[in-house]
Design a protein around this ligand. Structure first.
Ligand code: GRF
Length: 257
């Protein structure tokens, strides 16, 4: 059983879709919801669904253990950010390496970063007279909207769009894809390794995503013990650069809608 925690700060429509998607899946369960805003819609969703929730205390999140103890105690394996506005502290990233994903309502690497959330994103896209926008699902690192991209889907920006009309088109894309991509991530037999440099050995597969020059290395995870041993040996030999992320990852090309 894979236990998911969802971090959200707002209405929680994505959280609701994810909960709905996994309701009948025996092997994957949304087990905890964490929120930094008392009164946020997502807390009502947690209550309606009978899912335990926690209000995040800023001090504990940023200066203490970032709730890693609570998450580990709850047996959480994977963290999904769904409209969570705070930056994720290194303590949490280190405790869940390669196991935290986020969704951003634009085509990263454009229109991301500090202050780029909600209507600010959509207004910036409109102000720059972009012809298309979309969604980006990505791994989380210690910069805003920066980790390796897993999936993107696009939609048109119409001349008549306001930030609100574009937001609602983007929300539809999010609801359509986020739960399915998460499922693929959790069920894929691929090991995701980030920021890894192989100087010798190991089969690597390089792939750049549209508009982004990051590189992902994917190694089939059929024999995880073997793979982990190989990585350990390579580390010992000083031939690769940590960190190595042991997790499952989808390898999904961008989608045009
Ligand atoms: C979504 O647009 C998501 O991309 C962004 O925050 C919004 C959350 O919406 N990170 P909701 O609370 O899930 O409705």
């Amino acid at each position: 059983m894979t236990k998911i925690a969802i971090f959200a700060s707002g209405a929680g429509s994505n959280a609701q879709k994810i909960i709905d998607h996994f309701r009948e899946t025996a092997s994957i369960k949304v087990s905890l919801i964490l929120c930094n805003k008392p009164g946020a819609g997502v807390l009502q969703i947690a209550e309606n669904e009978g899912i335990p929730s926690m209000i995040i205390d800023k001090e504990k999140f940023f200066r203490d253990d970032a709730y890693t103890d609570e998450l580990k105690q709850a047996g959480i394996d994977f963290i999904i950010l769904a409209g969570f506005l705070w930056k994720i502290p290194v303590a949490l990233i280190s405790a869940f390496p390669g196991k935290i994903v986020n969704i951003h309502p634009a085509l990263l690497p454009q229109y991301g970063g500090k202050g780029m959330y909600g209507q600010f994103v959509h207004q910036a896209v409109i102000d720059h007279q972009e012809k298309e926008s979309g969604i980006t699902i990505h791994y989380v690192d210690d910069h805003y909207d920066h980790g390796d991209i897993i999936f993107q889907a696009k939609c048109p920006v119409l001349a008549s769009d306001t930030a609100d009309t574009l937001a609602s088109r983007i929300h539809q894309l999010e609801h359509q894809h986020y739960p399915a991509v998460i499922e693929q991530l959790l069920q894929s037999k691929i090991t995701y390794i980030s920021r890894l440099r192989l100087s010798f050995g190991g089969q690597s597969l390089r792939q750049g995503y549209g508009g982004r020059s990051n590189t992902q290395y994917l190694i089939p995870n059929t024999f995880p013990v073997l793979t982990n041993s190989l990585q350990f040996l390579l580390l010992l030999a000083g031939s690769i650069e940590a960190p190595i992320y042991h997790t499952t990852a989808a390898f999904i090309p961008p989608v045009q809608c």
